[in-house]
Design a protein around this ligand. Structure first.
Ligand SMILES: Nc1nc2c(ncn2[C@@H]2O[C@H](COP(=O)(O)OP(=O)(O)O)[C@@H](O)[C@H]2O)c(=O)[nH]1
Ligand SMILES: [Mg+2]
Length: 228
């Protein structure tokens, strides 16, 4: 049988054979994602998948959340290499497990399962899953999370929503991060909000800054409103 590596190296990504293999991979991932969600549900945990470009502020937001949250959470960190992000959270007393994906540009449900099996999930209210940084592939892989949160930071530019529609369509909540820098980058939050509404009208948007603290209350209130 063809390996996924062969698929990824195949220059003809649209061949019927490639599409058939990818379909099998995604179907098996979906089964694993359903099992993950059942486990979260059984433990009364709200699972949140954070997706964005590298550097848009996912880990910093989790650090700010750790300093303010009155609910108990753990973090599963996804990166291609290093434990840097999990180390940042462990330093704040948060239970965090790092997944290093090697060459993969996204987390898959079985990787999340592996991390869950090595965590103490009892008594947690929330598990955040910080996906590998990019605005493309993570959108195609269900992990078992209840809520997908997509972050877009002001230095990335206000034109990104319609350039990466698959990612923003996957969102249940969109966060505009580093909002205090918006004037510097001539970033229009209104443009982003209206383009998200065009793609998916029900998506809520919160503008925030983990540095100035603006919008963090709205973020925490959103989380509290969704706790099991
Ligand atoms: N000015 C500003 N910088 C931020 C903010 N949030 C994160 N950063 C910075 O952005 C960089 C990347 O943040 P990080 O949380 O590691 O991004 P991640 O790759 O999405 O996890 C770091 O240098 C952070 O200090 C913010 O709200 N305002
Ligand atoms: Mg990070």
């Amino acid at each position: 049988m063809d390996s996924l590596e062969n698929v990824e190296n195949n220059p003809n990504l649209n061949s019927p054979k490639t599409i058939a293999i990818m379909k099998r991979v995604l179907e098996s991932n979906d089964q694993n994602a359903i099992a993950n969600q059942r486990e979260f549900d059984a433990k009364g945990i709200l699972a949140i998948n954070l997706m964005s470009s590298p550097g848009s502020g996912k880990t910093t937001l989790l650090e700010a959340t750790a300093k303010r949250a009155d609910f108990k959470f753990a973090v599963i960190e996804g990166d291609m290499q290093t434990n840097r992000d999990s180390d940042r959270l462990i330093k704040l007393g948060v239970q965090a497990r790092q997944i290093t994906t090697g060459t993969a540009c996204h987390l898959e449900a079985d990787m999340v399962r592996g991390a869950m099996d090595n965590m103490d999930l009892d008594g947690l209210d929330v598990v955040f899953i910080e996906n590998v940084g990019n605005l493309v592939c993570p959108a195609s892989y269900e992990l078992g999370a209840h809520i997908n949160v997509v972050l877009l930071s002001t230095p990335e530019g206000d034109d990104k929503v319609l350039k990466y529609p698959v990612m923003f369509r996957a969102a249940d909540l969109a966060l505009i991060t580093k909002i205090e820098l918006a004037p510097l980058f001539e970033f229009s939050a209104d443009r982003v909000e209206s383009e998200i509404r065009r793609l998916k009208p029900e998506v809520e948007t919160i503008a925030l800054s983990a540095k100035s603290g603006e919008g963090l209350d709205s973020w925490l209130n959103f989380l509290k409103s969704r706790l099991r």
